[in-house]
Ligand binder design. Structure first.
Ligand code: ZN
Length: 121
């Protein structure tokens, strides 16, 4: 997603967002927005300008949502990979522990022969 200049949802001034999901130009506008000032500047525009500006804001909001969805999917994949990695380590540790038990039991050679040639013995 590009984070090029976009209009502030409160004052309408174009700004270049630092955060991809920023929709206001400054902390002042952010506070105004939380106090009901969302799209406040549209009141001073004529209807076709308002329509155009609303479309702009809708497009920005859609971009932000797409970005958030992609990020959420990426985090989910990363978490799944982390779990798989942990499982692999656990399986290896358990396998090693079993192998040590087997060695200690004296059946090691029998089990290894069975594993190399299943059914023959
Ligand atoms: Zn602003």
């Amino acid at each position: 997603m590009s984070a090029g200049p976009r209009p502030c949802r409160v004052c309408g001034q174009f700004f270049t967002p630092v955060r991809l999901d920023a929709v206001t130009c400054s902390s002042t506008c952010r506070q105004r927005r939380h106090r009901g000032g969302d799209l406040a500047y549209l009141a001073g525009l004529i209807s076709w300008e308002q329509r155009e500006q609303r479309q702009w804001h809708d497009a920005v909001a859609a971009d932000i949502q797409t970005h958030k969805d992609e990020k959420a999917a990426m985090l989910k994949r990363r978490e799944a990979n982390r779990q798989r990695r942990q499982e692999r380590l656990l399986i290896e540790a358990l396998g090693r522990a079993e192998l040590e038990k087997l060695r200690a039991s004296g059946d090691y050679d029998v089990v290894v022969a069975e594993a190399r040639a299943p059914g023959r013995q």
